[in-house]
Ligand binder design. Structure first.
Ligand code: ADP
Length: 346
């Protein structure tokens, strides 16, 4: 089986590691020759994922297409499906991870949502804030990631900011093939913590749910997870897992579905957003679970039986250290590894 991964980030790199044991061959459509996954994958095509011809040529050479990121425009993926390419997750599901306005609309019957509305003008946003109370959170419907494209608007005087920033193009991805960028206004949830419910579903409908993680975001980036989420009642944990499994089945997701959740002060569990690919809140599973999210994602997209998601230790903590331009990322690693032999670095 040859799996084509679109996007060459750390998630593709970690999927590649999981592919080795399964005997799955990975091909990569990478943004550049030196991106994270291109440093380790043998079969790399460097090309633009927003170019229909590039994506189509890449897809023809593999058995199934999956993703490191969610930015490939829906029409490109729909064209692949029409050509008979196995795209997993399919564009009909992926759109709810790509478009926050579509997601809020589609998930309305499931409950678990903060008050929200698509707003067309600063005046609409002011009216929404006056109705639900300030502050409010405004988000671009498409192209946001790691907190980019999300604004907390504290009072009516800031209502113009999301619209101006949107037209200036807050994210690299949003301008590429997506004309339809809207602004979604949401009630500001004074959450006590954030949680992640991660499930994996295969095309024939088998699904597994990982233990729920507590996640810590700094400037919109996940910096730490603890699994299972400390103090979460069994009823709450079951509610989160049930919701994620229902969404995976209801939206017909193949592969990982990560449901980012907020726990409100009154114990309500509210959906923040969805991701349909291995997720940074699931990295703990590489060493902390019987089967990692990366292995289960690959098993799912290849329609193989899924592996046990059960935790292997009472607690697993993940810290996310961003390298970026830092040349000294591994400086001091020896000392850290020596201090705690149970520490694992991925
Ligand atoms: P991204 O697509 O960048 O991950 P998110 O929609 O996940 O954007 O929002 C980023 C962060 O903003 C969330 O992790 C959460 O901390 C905060 N946030 C998002 N929506 C709300 C909300 N309705 N109320 C309070 N905080 C929110």
């Amino acid at each position: 089986m040859r799996v084509g991964i679109i996007g060459g980030g750390q998630l593709a790199r970690m999927m590649h590691a999981a592919s080795i044991g399964l005997g799955i061959r990975v091909s990569l459509l990478a943004e550049g020759p030196d991106v994270s996954a291109a440093q380790v994958v043998h079969d790399v095509v460097v090309g633009d994922w927003s170019d229909p011809a590039v994506v189509a040529a890449f897809a023809r050479a593999v058995d199934v297409v999956t993703f490191d990121h969610e930015h490939v425009p829906t029409p490109i993926l729909e064209a692949l499906v029409a050509d008979g390419v196995a795209v997993r997750p399919g564009p009909h599901a992926l759109v709810y991870a790509q478009d926050k306005a579509a997601m809020r609309e589609r998930l309305a019957p499931y409950g678990h949502a903060p008050a929200n509305r698509v707003v067309a003008t600063p005046d609409d946003l002011r009216a929404f804030g006056d109705e639900v109370g300030w502050p409010v959170v405004a988000k671009t419907s498409r192209g946001g990631y790691d907190g980019k494209g999300v604004w907390t608007v504290h009072d009516p005087s800031g209502a113009h900011v999301p619209f101006e920033s949107r037209s200036a193009g807050p994210t690299e991805a949003q301008g590429r093939g997506h004309a339809d960028v809207r602004v979604v206004a949401e009630e500001h949830v004074p959450f006590v913590r954030e949680l992640s419910a991660l499930v994996v579903r295969s095309p024939h409908g088998q699904a597994v749910a990982y233990p729920v993680s507590q996640t810590v975001q700094l400037d919109g980036i996940c910096v730490e997870t603890t699994t299972p989420a400390p103090g979460l009642t069994e009823a709450q944990a079951t509610e989160c897992q049930r919701l994620a499994l229902d969404l995976a089945a209801g939206l017909d997701v193949t592969g990982v579905l990560a449901v980012e959740l907020m726990e409100a002060p009154d114990g309500r569990i509210l959906v923040n957003e969805l991701a349909m690919r291995p997720h940074n809140t699931g990295h703990w599973s590489i060493d902390g679970a019987c089967t990692s999210q990366f292995e289960n994602h690959l098993r799912a997209v290849c329609d193989m039986p899924l592996g046990l998601p059960t935790a292997r230790a009472p607690w697993t903590v993940m810290r996310n250290v961003l390298g970026g331009p830092r040349a000294d990322l591994v400086k001091g690693l020896d000392e850290v590894l020596a201090r705690d032999p149970s520490l694992r670095v991925q």
